[in-house]
Design a binder for this molecule. Structure first.
Ligand SMILES: Nc1ncnc2c1ncn2[C@@H]1O[C@H](COP(=O)(O)OP(=O)(O)OP(=O)(O)O)[C@@H](O)[C@H]1O
Length: 321
């Protein structure tokens, strides 16, 4: 287990007017992450994602709870935790004046590797992350996507096996996001890294993550593969468009027989949600045919993570950042 956290909690004391109030940012979470997994940590604004990440990366002390990260105890051995992980924060960490290569080497020195080692690793990472020719460039002259990849290179210069990425693609255009997804997936396939990332983007979690943890109001409300989450909450939608409205009752009773609840009827369209449409369709089509029900069209729609999120938290994720 690369991350094993139990009851991790953090309360902040803040002031509301003159009154002192305790804000429970994270209310006691259990997190297990296996080696080689890419895990997405999702939740609406203020749900507690960054606070959890800051605790797991030793930047913030938990109020209560315990964790081992990369095999070291978070409370007793923070130094070794820090040496074993990479952390790419939301804002990035590049100072604007230095050259990209210098920043990488400085970062390596910070982690206790030699300048020669940091240069070698840095150049290798620049190649892997499509930053060839950028070694002597100032980060402020780079595009958003290039700067984000430079942030990631900095987080990887000491060759950590566990990488934390806080909203890695926020603010990038769709093409740069898709490009970064490839690089994040490569971290696992080419380097065997474990990746723990926070995101607001459901499509990102869906495309990239083996497993998704959903946090809401400081508590984890779901942990599963994207597919299982979608099946669990929403189910697939089967929609039959009939040639003849007179066949609606027959079609409806056959859909009801699948056992997914009451079919919804709208003119010549009869639909139902079922856990997994793939296995239901062949027998359904045969029995509709046998009953003489002619179809004009059939549509199957898989639920999106959006459906899942809305069902679970009653809130939608901020998609526009
Ligand atoms: N230093 C702090 N002092 C007081 N309250 C804080 C502090 N840091 C976070 N909080 C509060 O804790 C809660 C969780 O914040 P956190 O930043 O972890 O959420 P998040 O899920 O990362 O949100 P976002 O998606 O906006 O980054 C919020 O209510 C926030 O206002």
């Amino acid at each position: 287990m690369v991350i094993h956290a139990r009851g991790l909690a953090r309360t902040f004391d803040t002031k509301r007017g003159r009154e002192k109030v305790a804000v429970k940012a994270v209310a006691g979470v259990d997190i297990d992450v296996e080696e080689g997994e890419i895990v997405g940590f999702l939740g609406p604004n203020g749900a507690g994602k960054t606070t959890t990440l800051r605790m797991l990366t030793t930047l913030l002390k938990p109020t209560t709870g315990t964790a081992t990260v990369a095999g070291f105890d978070l409370a007793k051995d923070a130094i070794n935790v820090r040496k074993s992980i990479g952390y790419v924060s939301q804002s990035g960490s590049t100072a604007s004046e230095a050259r990209a290569g210098e920043e990488i080497v400085d970062h390596g020195l910070l982690y206790g590797i030699s300048a020669a080692q940091a240069t070698r690793r840095g150049k290798e990472l620049f190649e892997q992350l499509e930053l060839d020719g950028m070694w002597s460039r100032q980060p402020k002259t780079m595009s958003g996507g290039q700067r984000r990849r430079l942030d990631i290179a900095m987080g990887l210069v000491h060759d950590p096996k566990l990488v934390f990425l806080d909203e890695p693609t926020t603010g990038l255009d769709p093409q740069a996001r898709a490009n970064l997804w490839t690089h994040i997936a490569d971290l696992r396939t080419k380097r065997g890294s474990t990746v723990f990332l926070t995101t607001h983007y459901l499509d990102e979690a869906d495309a990239l993550c083996d497993r998704i943890l959903v946090i809401d109001h400081g508590s984890i409300v779901a942990s599963d593969t994207p597919d299982a989450l979608k099946r669990q909450v929403a189910g697939d939608l089967i929609e039959l468009v009939l040639h003849d409205e007179r066949h609606v009752p027959t079609a409806a009773s056959q859909l009801a027989a699948i056992g997914g609840g009451e079919p919804v009827i709208d003119g010549r369209v009869v639909s139902i949600r079922v856990p997994a449409a793939g296995t239901e369709l062949p027998p359904l089509l045969r029995s509709l045919d046998a009953a003489g029900v002619e179809l004009a069209a059939i549509e199957v729609r898989r639920p999106t993570l959006d459906d899942v999120f809305l069902t679970m938290t009653g809130r939608s994720l901020r998609e526009d950042v």
